[in-house]
Write a protein that binds this ligand. Structure first.
Ligand SMILES: [Zn+2]
Length: 638
């Protein structure tokens, strides 16, 4: 018993060192700011956040809650939503909704969002009480399913578990939602509910052998291992860490531990959340080899398996690293959830490595994939972003579309403030150039970043300590800057650059009103597909460029509640009718010329067939909506 207590105390100390333990004097531990400390200022991100708030409030909480009430034996107050919400995945959006509301409340302090979140939690708490065993969930006939599982009757795999549609994946969303309501929105009631629900999971698997566990984990299960490691960190109780490890899928973990990429053919968004769990366990335990597995996974997915906008997968599966042909032909290209999860992984890896490469990727995928997947008028979310030249994307609607990417989208557009800044005790990292106001409470300092980035390649940062303060400001030197390089001015004077690990370090005693300006001239590049086939995408600075072709037959642009309405089923334009760039790979960027008066806009020429002789206009992909488009261009020589 004493030994156990000592062990638990040790664990608590360790956990404390890994989670933000303010006031502990840990000089070098990198910390993120709470969303509450960062206020977005006017920019495309702020507009996306506001639009997402409307979308969240437009959704009907009672319809989202209906499956949970039904399964708890309580009368639902409204009919369930349709689409994926009444065909087996009942309740998954309700879980995401908790996360989305929590993030939005933390980012904006909006009272209507808080009321909605409180209401969701109250209703779910009633469900938990009615079940009486800690469980909360909308999985149809869940009670019988879980009893079978607990008894070792485990069948299926992939998207099936005992004849149900990914029930473990489904309940993971509720776990994550409760975690976010506690850790992000600060609601204690959610912590109690989360811990009770984690105790239910201990009951669920306590009699299962390792073989039975691994059999069960063949079925998609989101990041259950991550949330259980979170519960370990929250409670300081080692039993949840054991649970997290028990929920870790060896079939995916083992090759990663050996540095082997065996991902081809695997369902991509089933695997990424498992790796989030490996990484979280690695941080909480701590465990260097599991950390290495997560780093290897990130590296191989980002470097070998991702297209220019930061996304991956074809029809939700990892394509062969040496064959991206289906990426070009398929109408089911990169899935948004995958990138949502790769950004979460980048965040976790950056925190323990300080490696700037994670931020370079984060920025690329944030501007070009995540931001681009929200319709700028309706706030609808995109599922597949096809790389097929001349194809298009479709958008969700609040009362018809209940896809996974709606769930993760409600979260993504609610947390744009999460990675702009980071800090150690007396260093402030500026990682993203998103206009924002930061309260760095520990240093009594306010930071105001304003710009018209990326439309103008510069940013201005005002440093406002309450009284003069000495600390180091570290500006990320982006990986897309042209040969001219970065220029920094402080109060109008050019500042001699001191570089440190990809950052520009400025150590000084800051006075209220100090103004820092950074110029970041952008480089134009042609990026080839990772398989080195003759397809190129143009990237200016961090911005992926694309051409609008036309809006002919964009069937289902705003999705109804059909089972496959998330796929853009309109006509596929034959690829031979699409333009080819004619020239040598090394000269492609010379075929682009800036369009006067339109920032981030270029005209591309040297196109065939003849009807494209006048060229096409390239704009930022994140601005391109409701139209067919080209991101990747086939290249050929005369
Ligand atoms: Zn998805």
């Amino acid at each position: 018993m004493i030994q156990k207590i000592i062990k638990c105390t040790l664990l608590a100390v360790l956990l404390c060192s890994l989670i933000a333990c303010e006031g502990q004097g840990q000089d070098q531990q990198i910390e993120y700011f709470k969303l509450q400390d960062v206020t977005l200022l006017d920019s495309p991100f702020k507009r996306a956040q506001e639009l997402n708030k409307k979308y969240l409030l437009e959704m009907d909480a009672d319809r989202l809650l209906a499956p949970f009430l039904r399964e708890a034996g309580l009368p639902p107050k409204a009919e369930s939503y349709t689409n994926w919400e009444n065909t087996g995945l009942d309740g998954h959006i309700g879980g995401h909704y908790l996360s989305g509301l929590s993030l939005m409340y933390a980012s904006t302090g909006d009272e209507a969002i808080k009321e909605r979140l409180d209401y969701m939690l109250e209703e779910l708490e009633r469900c938990q009480a009615a079940h009486g065993n800690g469980y909360i969930g909308g999985v149809p006939d869940g009670k019988a399913l879980w009893e079978d599982i607990a008894a070792g009757d485990i069948r299926g795999g992939g998207f099936d578990l005992n004849g149900k549609w990914v029930p473990l994946y489904n309940i993971h969303k509720t776990y994550a939602g409760l975690r976010d309501a506690y850790l992000v929105a600060g609601i204690d009631q959610a912590k109690e509910m989360l811990v009770k629900m984690a105790d239910w999971a201990i009951w669920l698997v306590e009699d299962l052998s390792e073989e039975q566990m691994q059999l069960m984990l063949r079925s998609e299960h989101g990041g259950l291992n991550e949330t259980f490691a979170d519960v370990a960190a929250i409670t300081g109780d080692e039993k949840y860490l054991e649970l997290a490890k028990k929920f870790s899928h060896h079939h995916v973990l083992n090759p990663l531990l050996d540095g082997r990429d065996e991902l081809t053919g695997m369902h991509a968004n089933t695997q990424i959340p498992k790796v989030l769990g490996f990484k979280r366990i690695a941080d909480v335990e701590p465990n260097a080899s599991w950390d290495g597995a997560a780093q290897f996974f990130w590296q191989t997915v980002v470097e070998n398996r991702s297209v220019s906008l930061g996304g991956n997968s074809v029809s939700e599966h990892f394509n062969p690293v040496d064959d991206f042909s289906r990426m070009i032909t398929s109408i089911e290209g990169t899935e948004t959830c995958n990138t949502y999860n790769m950004l979460r992984l980048s965040k976790m890896l950056y925190q323990t490595s300080y490696d700037k490469k994670y931020m370079d990727f984060y920025e690329r995928a944030l501007y070009n994939h995540i931001l681009s997947t929200q319709h700028p008028q309706t706030g609808g979310f995109v599922y597949f972003t096809s790389m097929r030249p001349g194809h298009y994307r479709v958008y969700s609607q609040p009362h018809t579309s209940m896809w996974c990417c709606v769930g993760s989208g409600m979260e993504s557009h609610s947390k744009y403030g999460e990675m702009i800044y980071a800090h150690t005790k007396n260093e402030l990292y500026v990682n993203l150039f998103i206009p924002s106001q930061l309260q760095w409470k520990e240093q009594g300092t306010e930071i105001v970043q304003e710009n018209n980035f990326p439309y103008e390649p510069s940013t201005r940062i005002m440093v406002n300590p309450t009284k003069a303060k000495k600390f180091t400001l570290l500006l990320r030197e982006p990986n897309w800057v042209s040969e001219e390089g970065v220029t920094v001015r402080i109060n109008g004077e050019v500042y001699p650059l001191e570089k440190r690990d990809g950052y520009i370090a400025i150590e000084r005693k800051w006075e209220r009103g100090d103004l820092l300006e950074m110029e970041m001239p952008m480089l134009l590049r042609a990026e080839q597909l990772p398989d080195e086939s003759n397809y190129y995408s143009f990237v200016y600075g961090p911005v992926v460029l694309a051409a609008k072709t036309n809006a002919d037959d964009v069937t289902g642009l705003f999705a109804d509640d059909g089972r496959w309405a998330h796929v853009a089923h309109g006509q596929q334009v034959p690829l031979e009718e699409m333009p080819t760039i004619v020239g040598e790979p090394g000269e492609l960027t010379s075929f682009l010329s800036p369009v006067d008066g339109k920032p981030l806009t270029f005209r591309i020429t040297h196109l065939q067939p003849e009807k494209y002789a006048e060229g096409l206009e390239l704009i930022p992909f994140f601005e391109l909506h409701g139209s067919r488009y080209i991101i990747y261009w086939p290249q050929a020589t005369e």
